[in-house]
Design a protein around this ligand. Structure first.
Ligand SMILES: NC(=O)c1ccc[n+]([C@@H]2O[C@H](COP(=O)([O-])OP(=O)(O)OC[C@H]3O[C@@H](n4cnc5c(N)ncnc54)[C@H](O)[C@@H]3O)[C@@H](O)[C@H]2O)c1
Length: 444
C-alpha cells in the first residue's frame, strides 16, 4: 500500500509503540516483487548525503545502468553541494528533498540508500519497503534492538531486497579469510579476538550550544530523538558519540568486525550472553557519552568472541590498530581489511609448525563490490551478501554490550525467542526506544 507523506505521519502516530516480536523470523524468503526487468536501468535515491551515503552512492553509480534520480538531506548546504557534484559528473541534476517522505513519493525510483545517522535508519528504511523500494541501509542496522527487529519484519513482509552496509561481506580479503577458516585448516576455532583502537573514538572537542546553521532543519535531524539545543559537537559525523543518535566505537566499528566472527560460524542470531565493562577517560575538553574503553565477551554455546576498543589509541595486537584473530588448534588467522595471515602453532613433539605459515595476503576492501552485489540482487531478487537478519544479529550484539554497561548490569543473558534479557529489568527497558511524537515505531 502506497503511503503519502501525510499518511506516513498520521499512520505512524496512531500506531502503538512497538510490535511484539514473534518467536522466529522468516529467514531467507526471497523477495519477489520488482519493478525492474533484468535489462532495465536502476534508479537510485539517497537519503543522508554528507559522507558515507554519498560515498556509497558514487560506488553504485560506477555500476553500468545505475542512475541517481533523487537526493535528500536535512542540511541544504550538503544537499546543494552533492546535487552539483552529481550534475557535474553525470550531466543531470537529481531531484532534491529535505524530507525523506517526499523523496519516497518519487515514482521512477527503484531503490534508496539510507546514509543517515543511526537513529534515522529505521523509519526511512521501513517506509521505503512499504512503498516498494529496495534498500541499501548503512550499518549499524539501527540504534536500538527493537528497531532492528522491525526492520527484519518489514523486509520480509514487503518482500524487499535489503542490503545492510556491512561491505566486508563482499570483500576479497574477508571472503578468502572465511574460506580458510571454514576449510578446517586451523582446526577447531572456539575463540575470536577482535579489537578496534581509533583516535576518533574520543569524540569531538567540547563546543557551546548554538543556533542551528542556516539551511539546517534541526527538528528533522532530531526526528524521533528528544529535543535539546543544537550543538555542533553532536551534529555531522560526531553524532555517533551520543546515545540518542549512535553507539560509539562499539556499534560503529563493532558491527563490521563482530560480523566476521558470526560469519565464520554462519550465525545469524545474537549471542546468548554478554559480559562487558567500559568507562570514559577523564578528558574535560571532549564531548561524548559513549565509552572510550570497552571490553566485551560474547558467548554462544561453544564459541567465545572477545571485543575491545581503546579510543584515542592506534596501537593494537599483532601490530594492527584494528583486526580479528581467529584462534584455532593449529594456528591463528589474523586479518584486517587490507590483509590476512596465518601464524602456525608449534608442534613440540614433531619439532615443526602444525600447519604452513600463510601470507600476509593482500586484497580488496569490498566498498565497490557491495553495491555491485546489491544491484545484481535487485535484478535477480536473490538474497544479498549481507541479509537483514545478519545486520540485525550483529547490531543487537553490539547494543547488548552497550546496554550491559549503560544499565550497570555488566552481564546479560539474551532470550532470542522472547526478545528480552532474562536477568535485568533495567537492561530490558533499553530494548525499545522512546520516540518523540509525532514519530512512532511502525506496527508490523
Ligand atoms: N559502512 C561503512 O564503512 C560506514 C562508514 C562510515 C559511516 N557509516 C554509516 O553511515 C551512516 C552515516 O554516517 P556519516 O559518517 O556519513 O554521517 P554524517 O553525519 O557525515 O552524514 C549523515 C547525513 O545525514 C543527514 N541527515 C540527518 N538526518 C537526516 C534525515 N532525517 N533525512 C535526511 N538526511 C538526514 C545529515 O544532514 C548528514 O548530511 C551511519 O549510520 C554510519 O554508521 C558506515
Amino acid at each position: 500500500m502506497y503511503l503519502s507523506r501525510r499518511r506516513f505521519i498520521s499512520t505512524s502516530s496512531k500506531m502503538a509503540s512497538s510490535a511484539a516480536l514473534g518467536s522466529s523470523f522468516p529467514f531467507y524468503i526471497p523477495a519477489r516483487e520488482s519493478r525492474t526487468a533484468p535489462s532495465d536501468q536502476v534508479n537510485i535515491g539517497l537519503i543522508g548525503c554528507n559522507n558515507r551515503g554519498f560515498h556509497v552512492l558514487k560506488n553504485h553509480l560506477k555500476v553500468p545502468g545505475v542512475n541517481c534520480v533523487a537526493l535528500c538531506d536535512i542540511d541544504q548546504n550538503v544537499l546543494q553541494r552533492r546535487a552539483a557534484e552529481i550534475e557535474n559528473d553525470h550531466g543531470h541534476k537529481p531531484s532534491m528533498y529535505e524530507d525523506f517522505r517526499d523523496l519516497l513519493e518519487q515514482k521512477d525510483m527503484d531503490a534508496v540508500i539510507v546514509g543517515t545517522p543511526d537513529h534515522w535508519h529505521c523509519l526511512p528504511m521501513i517506509y521505503a519497503c512499504e512503498v516498494g523500494k529496495d534498500v541499501y541501509v548503512e550499518k549499524p542496522l539501527a540504534n536500538s534492538i527493537e528497531e532492528c527487529n522491525l526492520m527484519v519484519k518489514a523486509t520480509r513482509q514487503y518482500k524487499r531486497i535489503v542490503q545492510v552496509g556491512q561491505q566486508q561481506r563482499s570483500s576479497e580479503v574477508w571472503n578468502q579469510v572465511m574460506e580458510f577458516v571454514k576449510s578446517g585448516k586451523l582446526g577447531a576455532v572456539q575463540k575470536v579476538d577482535i579489537w578496534g583502537n581509533f583516535n576518533y573514538g574520543l569524540g569531538p572537542l567540547k563546543q557551546p550550544d548554538a543556533q542551528p546553521p542556516a539551511g539546517v532543519n534541526y527538528d528533522l535531524f532530531l526526528g524521533p530523538a528528544r529535543v535539546r539545543p543544537f550543538n555542533p559537537a553532536r551534529f555531522h559525523g560526531s553524532w555517533r558519540f551520543f546515545w540518542d543518535y549512535g553507539g560509539g566505537l562499539m556499534t560503529d566499528w563493532g558491527v563490521h568486525l563482530l560480523d566476521m566472527a558470526l560469519w565464520a560460524k554462519d550465525l545469524s542470531r545474537p549471542p546468548d550472553k554478554v559480559t562487558a565493562q567500559g568507562y570514559q577517560y577523564d578528558m574535560p575538553d571532549r564531548s561524548r557519552e559513549t565509552q572510550d574503553v570497552l571490553t566485551a565477551l560474547f558467548s554462544y554455546d561453544d564459541y567465545l568472541i572477545q571485543w575491545e576498543h581503546n579510543a584515542g589509541k592506534q596501537v593494537g595486537p599483532y601490530g594492527r590498530n584494528y583486526g580479528v584473530a581467529f584462534i584455532g588448534e593449529m594456528g591463528t588467522l589474523v586479518a584486517d581489511r587490507a590483509r590476512w595471515e596465518v601464524l602456525p602453532e608449534w608442534d613440540g613433539d614433531q619439532n615443526r609448525n602444525k600447519i604452513e605459515k600463510v601470507g600476509p595476503v593482500e586484497g580488496k576492501h569490498g566498498h565497490e563490490q557491495h553495491p555491485v552485489n546489491f544491484i545484481e540482487c535487485i535484478k535477480s531478487r536473490n538474497e544479498p551478501a549481507c541479509p537483514i537478519e545478519v545486520g540485525r544479529a550483529v547490531a543487537v550484539a553490539a547494543h547488548m554490550a552497550n546496554i550491559a554497561v549503560r544499565s550497570e548490569s555488566y552481564h546479560l543473558e539474551w532470550d532470542e525467542a522472547r526478545n528480552k534479557f532474562t536477568n535485568s529489568k533495567s537492561a530490558n527497558k533499553m530494548i525499545v526506544p522512546e520516540y518523540r511524537k509525532p514519530w512512532s515505531l511502525p506496527k508490523l
